[in-house]
Design a protein around this ligand. Structure first.
Ligand SMILES: [Zn+2]
Length: 422
């Protein structure tokens, strides 16, 4: 199918109007359009049979057939009976009109000396790739052939035309403090980096980076995987603290769905085995220990630590002491600190014994002690509730900084869970 080009300098009503241009709508399976300006404002034209070109020295060239082996950014149009120019060809650069190949190296532009010039293009315009690094997290993106290079070195140009069906390889480079998360290619996520794809259409691709959070409890050489955990982020939670699905799933895919006792929100596995694959699960005191996961829909991770343990900012950001935040109508009841990392993520620290920041204070990853752990709002249960929320099209929703390491698909549907720990 050929669609017609029109502009303020010319317009054609038919693709194969022999009185003007005889344009093949399709040749070798490739669709053509007429009319494409080169980078210099000129336009070029040819006819499909007995195409007549005239170069800048008024020399005529004749072509009665074309072959178009699209390759590295240009196509060669052969000139099989081109009078004195049998061995010569015509080259077409995508987006740059026709050129005449001299045979000795180099290209001369060919044009037909008339008021308006026309040319074919396999796509008009050629498929364009628009790339953006994470608009908040930044980072850089480069293609292997350096056609695209943006987001760093002060080069923010992130659009380029590519030949139809060419292969493009993009590599994402996160800024310090971020990790590559995934490519958003249209609406599909790809976790490969570099990301290779075919330019069979116009595309918009975004490199998404995630913050690398420092563990907020700098005691006993704790890491996210060695620190005691008394309650996990529930990947089966469709709503915070909802008890509707009678099931809790941790980031490793361990699932509990056997009710501990009537009315409880603690559940054990079908085989009654202990939890803790990949992390130090201790269970919640008085609710069955390591054999039970508790708090259906729990939107954070609970770390049992002694009262008055220093709590550090997980990443740079601005500290707040909110009266409410998504999922919590009365955040002050839990002595909550919120840190807005200004990159689409916020972290929350609950049950603090004391707060050690002022409203809107700039805090620094792993350096600023934002407060001291306690049991406010959880009397007698000293622990830090650490929660991460992500800005999504559906608003701010909790995500699990442990990502998802279970087999199969993450049952959590409110956002994509990726590992956020450094
Ligand atoms: Zn909690």
């Amino acid at each position: 199918m050929c669609f017609l080009f029109s502009s303020n300098v010319f317009a054609y009503s038919e693709c194969n109007d022999s009185s003007t241009l005889h344009v093949p709508c399709s040749y070798n399976g490739i669709d053509y359009n007429i009319g494409y300006a080169d980078g210099y404002g000129d336009m070029y034209y040819m006819r499909s049979a007995y195409t007549h070109f005239r170069d800048g020295n008024s020399v005529n060239y004749y072509v009665d057939s074309v072959t178009l082996p699209f390759g590295q950014g240009y196509s060669v149009i052969t000139e099989p009976n081109g009078q004195n120019y049998v061995d010569r060809g015509l080259a077409f650069w995508t987006g740059h009109g026709f050129q005449y190949y001299t045979g000795g190296g180099g290209f001369n532009y060919i044009y037909e000396p008339r008021a308006n010039y026309f040319a074919y293009s396999p796509l008009d315009p050629p498929p364009q790739l628009t790339v953006s690094p994470d608009p908040v997290a930044g980072g850089g993106v480069a293609s292997s052939d350096q056609v695209i290079e943006c987001g760093y070195n002060s080069n923010n140009y992130c659009q380029a035309d590519f030949p139809l069906n060419s292969e493009v390889e993009l590599t994402a480079y996160p800024n310090t403090g971020y990790a590559f998360a995934y490519w958003l290619d249209g609406t599909t996520q790809y976790t490969d980096n570099p990301h290779t794809f075919t330019m069979d259409a116009e595309k918009e691709v975004e490199a998404v980076f995630s913050p690398t959070f420092a563990f907020p409890l700098q005691i006993n050489n704790y890491t996210p995987y060695t620190a005691p955990v008394s309650s996990v982020f529930d990947h089966s939670g469709s709503a915070d603290y909802s008890d509707s699905d009678h099931q809790i799933v941790d980031f490793a895919g361990e699932t509990s769905n056997q009710t501990y006792y009537s009315g409880s929100t603690c559940y054990e596995k079908n085989d009654s085995s202990a939890f803790g694959s990949g992390f130090n699960y201790t269970g919640t005191s008085g609710t069955g220990g390591i054999y039970y996961l508790c708090y259906n829909g729990h939107p954070g991770t609970d770390y049992p630590v002694a009262n008055n343990t220093p709590v550090y900012a997980a990443a740079d950001g601005i500290a707040h002491m909110p009266s409410s935040f998504p999922g919590y109508a009365n955040a002050q009841n839990y002595n909550t600190i919120e840190i807005d990392h200004e990159n689409g993520y916020k972290t929350y620290y609950l049950h603090l014994y004391s707060q050690n920041v002022t409203e809107d204070q700039q805090v620094y990853k792993g350096q600023t002690i934002i407060g001291y752990s306690g049991d406010v709002g959880a009397t007698g249960s000293y622990h830090l509730h650490f929660e991460v929320q992500k800005n999504t099209p559906n608003g701010w929703v909790p995500v699990d900084p442990y990502g998802w390491t279970g087999s199969g698909t993450d049952p959590y549907t409110r956002a994509t869970n990726i590992t956020l720990w450094e």
